[in-house]
Design a protein around this ligand. Structure first.
Ligand code: CAA
Length: 282
């Protein structure tokens, strides 16, 4: 499969990181969001992160300029019709993704692969919204996308081997390491990570230790780059709660119940780094 142009839906944290790595690897990118100001913010982040990479001698100033030139920001979804692959990284709500997948299925050529960066929504369910379920797949990147090596490649029940092989190859071209996973709530990454973060929250709620102490245990005792509560703030507490709920509902085991402190903090609008307050203040 000859993939040259890639569409990315959503210019938020994940979407702009995904556009960044595709453009850095020589693909032309159509980055689509609903409002011009979201595109501008996403493009400003890409510029800043590419500058960071120039400062670290990971890319040259010329490569940075060329990468930026390869990205076209659009608010009109129809512009994605020319793309060979489309990666959806919109808000993590099933209703929003439903509308997007139905629309993409209408506007993209029949051979185009539709990938989702969802962190927990069923790929099988997204695929069933389209007339090309064999061409729908999960391409789950990790934040910060330019730095993290993993792409979890998730096969929906109907995903074809051809689609899987094309996306695996695409991840390698991005200098990432693809790992194959079957569709199940939370896939592997969040199935294992989120209960850890949730349990860290229970430890704080029950007064076992402070957030700082829990994080120190994991940084110094387990060599994690960030402690679990810093990481939860970094991911976003609303995102953590949504993922716990998807696993609770999808797997039905009470061990996936979200920590009441997490629910309370999200109710308060304390969503972590992005809102200025979570387990820490920013
Ligand atoms: N873009 C480009 N480069 C970046 C960057 C960005 N947004 N953020 C950091 N970097 C680079 C820095 O330039 C630096 O490069 P060098 O190693 O060459 O010096 C490197 O990344 C490390 O950055 P810093 O020194 O500034 O900071 P750090 O050492 O504290 O590392 C971190 C930052 C990479 C984020 C590290 O703390 C880390 O790995 N944290 C864990 C991240 C993690 O677990 N992510 C997964 C979240 S879960 C998810 O995304 C999926 C989900 O479904 C919820």
């Amino acid at each position: 499969m000859d993939i040259k142009a890639v569409g990315v839906i959503g210019a938020g944290t994940m979407g702009n990181g995904i556009a960044h790595v595709f453009a850095r690897s020589g693909f032309s990118v159509v980055l689509c969001d609903v409002e011009q100001r979201f595109l501008e913010r996403g493009l400003a982040t890409i510029t800043k992160n590419l500058e960071r990479e120039v400062a670290k001698n990971k890319v040259t100033a010329e490569e940075k300029a060329a990468a930026l030139k390869r990205i076209e920001g659009v608010t009109e979804r129809g512009k994605l019709a020319e793309c060979d692959v489309i990666v959806e990284a919109a808000t993590e709500k099933f209703e929003i993704k439903t509308e997007i997948f139905r629309d993409l299925d209408r506007l993209a050529r029949p051979e185009v692969i539709l990938a989702s960066n969802t962190s927990s929504i069923s790929i099988t369910k997204l695929a069933a919204l389209t007339r090309r379920p064999e061409k729908v797949i999960g391409m789950h990147f990790f934040n910060p996308v330019p730095v993290m090596k993993l792409v979890e490649v998730i096969r929906g029940l109907a995903t074809s081997q051809e689609t899987f092989a094309a996306v695996r190859e695409l991840a390698v071209k991005l200098e990432k390491t693809p790992v194959e996973v079957n569709d199940a709530p939370g896939f592997v990454s969040n199935r294992v990570l989120m209960p850890l973060l949730n349990e860290a929250m229970f430890a704080v709620m029950e007064g076992v230790a402070t957030a700082e102490a829990v994080d120190e245990v994991f940084k110094l005792g387990m060599a994690h780059p960030m402690g679990p509560l810093t990481l939860a703030d970094f991911i976003g507490l609303d995102v953590c709660l949504d993922i716990m709920r998807v696993m609770q509902e999808g797997l039905g085991d009470p061990k996936y119940r979200p920590c009441p402190l997490l629910i309370k903090m999200v109710d308060a609008g304390w969503l972590g780094r992005k809102s200025g307050r979570g387990f820490y203040r920013y």
